[in-house]
Ligand binder design. Structure first.
Ligand code: F6R
Length: 632
């Protein structure tokens, strides 16, 4: 697993500053070292640092101090400009946050990398699979790499092939690089341009006035421009301050097709919240409202393709593929499609699905769920499904992402950009969209009375407001509970039916951001193993949202109590019996049990959040995790 952020800038602002700020906005993707290279006069300067961006800022500051001292010396020696007459015109550079894959976390392995002759500089996101072979090839030419990274191999290879025309060199050399990657390059001899290419990894161009940006995510440059263009895989992007050109495989140049990103710059700021994650938890009501509101029109659009009446009528099976939190959303979607539309549904983690030789045909609808639209395993699962003739519908939060290009139909969740690494508002938006799809399938297949469809649709529409109210009432008591339990070593989560995806997602949130071990089980499974873990020191969190299985869950809670473990419960309003078995209960408004998934998850997100904060952890960028996982 790996993740990096890359950025390039050409224009009129101080490039080192623009790059540094851009990297700060890419921080959420996770990283363990970072670096910048930029033109200062005729020279390329580079700083790299292990650790967070504060270390890189310090390195940048030291470098600047040194270079102004050198300039002063040159002035004293009678060269007033210090030889740097062009400083103001040449604002160009590249930057990188690195997530170690090949080679340890060291300054030497941090990007940008440069070839042995100091001519070609690059930053790279992704993995070059044949880097060992290329490294051997370079060694035969007498070129030894300075670092252990696959990225340096690319820099060296480009340096070796460099003709004095960087765009041409990249075009002629890229067939050597196998894998999924995106790179941005610059050359010491061509101080007015950046050259970039992507092959299965994200890369977006930001078009400004007399300046251009390129980065792994729009977030990196959103305060400067919202005009964006996404190069196709294999297209070479050439960025100059006043122009962007794309070169296709035949070497034909054409202008990029520019669209306007809908995300407001201010929405990616924290709006007064202490962290992005807390802000995003509070935005969940709005995310559900916007998603439900836009769903019908989007589903009507998809009715021309993957969700046509004929296809829905002929449906034999749905397979949901996703990873992590999106997989948990898929589990809730399965229950809705089966209960409401009576279509058999399988849910699989994409990394398993892609290798298990699944049975697919044209009457199997594959629904891929991915907030980023760039998750490598999910993209591979989608490709596999299509290769076997199954239509693919993707549910994503990211316009322009790879998944939107690879699917037969797309439904966009309307959560807005999510900066916290731990998914929150994108989860509830995914579940809401899946429910809208399930209602459509149920309607077309006439599996639910229309009054029931109407009632569920109305309930879904009002759910955003109920989430807002719920957050306002439970935040404080949940925070107190989390602080009280912040010293616990392990948490067990239990749920049944609709309570299970909630338990799984709640447990994932807690382990991701607080690093406290958790496990989550279907409550009926407890006596088949996990009960062995219980002791008076084990808090057990039970999700009680299904009236049919409530007596069963209460029996499970009694078993937990008999082991003197502490029971915490999230229950639907009116399930007062839960009080008898639980030490603490958080009630959520009662509605259809499927819809309660969107409510019951809220206290568990808040619990994870406050517990991690009580442990003084950085919730927005938990260790080892990345927001977008673009490699397998
Ligand atoms: C959890 C989390 C991850 C992602 C997973 C899939 O908080 O963020 O588990 O859900 O990596 O990501 P997407 O949805 O982008 O495919």
């Amino acid at each position: 697993m790996a993740m990096c952020g890359i950025i390039g800038y050409v224009g009129w602002r101080r490039s080192a500053q623009v790059l540094m700020e851009g990297l700060e906005r890419l921080e959420y993707r996770g990283y363990d070292s970072a670096g910048l290279a930029w033109f200062e006069g005729d020279r390329v300067q580079r700083v790299r640092a292990v650790g967070n961006l504060a270390s890189l800022r310090t390195a940048l500051h030291d470098k600047r101090r040194l270079s102004s001292a050198a300039l002063a010396e040159r002035r004293l020696a009678g060269n007033p400009t210090g030889g740097a007459t062009a400083t103001l015109e040449r604002q160009l550079g590249i930057g990188h946050t690195r997530w170690a894959t090949h080679g340890a976390v060291t300054e030497r392995n941090a990007h940008p990398h440069v070839d042995a002759r100091g001519r070609v500089w690059i930053v790279l996101n992704g993995i070059i699979e044949n880097h060992l072979e290329l490294r051997a090839r370079l060694a035969r030419r007498g070129i030894a790499c300075d670092s252990e990274t696959d990225a340096e191999v690319v820099a060296q290879m480009l340096g070796l092939m460099y003709t004095g025309d960087l765009a041409q060199t990249v075009a002629e050399t890229m067939h050597l690089f196998q894998g999924q990657y995106a790179l941005v390059a610059m050359a010491s001899e061509e101080p007015d341009l950046l050259v970039a290419v992507r092959q299965g990894a994200p890369l977006t161009i930001g078009i400004g006035q007399g300046e251009q940006f390129i980065a792994s995510s729009i977030a990196a440059f959103l305060p400067h421009t919202r005009e964006v263009a996404v190069p196709q895989d294999g297209e070479i992007a050439v960025l100059r301050a006043d122009e962007v050109v794309l070169l296709d495989a035949a070497g034909e140049a054409h202008p990029p097709s520019v669209t306007s990103a809908g995300w407001d710059p201010e929405r990616i700021e924290k709006d007064g919240y202490e962290t992005f994650m807390l802000k995003e938890i509070h935005e969940q009501g709005a995310a559900v409202r916007a998603t439900v509101q836009s769903a019908m029109a989007q589903i009507q659009d998809a009715a021309r393709t993957v969700l046509s009446t004929q296809r829905i009528a002929a449906l034999e099976r749905v397979i949901v593929v996703a990873c992590g939190t999106s997989y948990h959303a898929g589990l809730a979607g399965k229950l809705a499609l089966e209960r409401w539309a009576r279509v058999p549904v399988e849910v699989d983690v994409a990394s398993e699905f892609r290798y298990r030789d699944p049975i697919l045909n044209q009457n199997t609808l594959v629904v891929a769920i991915t907030q980023s639209g760039e998750t490598a395993d999910t993209l591979a699962a989608m490709r596999l499904a299509r290769a076997h003739g199954a239509p693919v519908l993707v549910i994503t939060n990211a316009p322009g992402s790879q998944a939107t290009r690879d699917a037969d139909g797309v439904l966009f969740t309307q959560a807005g950009i999510e900066m916290g690494v731990a998914a929150t508002k994108t989860f509830v938006a995914q579940v809401a969209m899946l429910y809208m799809v399930a209602l459509q399938v149920a309607t077309v297949r006439r599996r639910l009375p229309s009054e029931m469809v109407g009632w569920l649709a109305e309930e879904l529409q009002s759910l955003g407001d109920r989430i807002d109210e719920l957050i306002a009432t439970v935040d404080e008591p949940v925070a107190t509970l989390a602080r009280d339990l912040a010293g616990s070593q392990f948490f067990l989560y239990l749920g049944r039916l609709t309570g299970l995806p909630v338990a799984l997602e709640g447990a994932l949130k807690l382990k991701e951001i607080s690093y406290v071990p958790t496990d989550a089980y279907a409550a009926g499974e407890m006596k088949h193993g996990p009960i062995a873990l219980l002791s008076p020191q084990t808090p057990v969190i039970c999700v009680a949202t299904e009236v049919n299985v409530l007596p069963k869950l209460l029996a499970n809670m009694a078993e937990v109590k008999a082991r003197h473990a502490q029971v915490l419960a999230v229950a639907a309003e009116g399930f007062t019996e839960v009080n008898e078995y639980a030490d603490h209960v958080v009630y959520v408004p009662r509605t259809d049990p499927l819809l309660e998934v969107l409510l019951a998850i809220v206290p568990l997100q808040l619990f994870a959040y406050h517990l991690a904060r009580a442990r003084s952890l950085s919730v927005d960028q938990p260790r080892n995790l990345a927001k977008t996982v673009t490699v397998e």
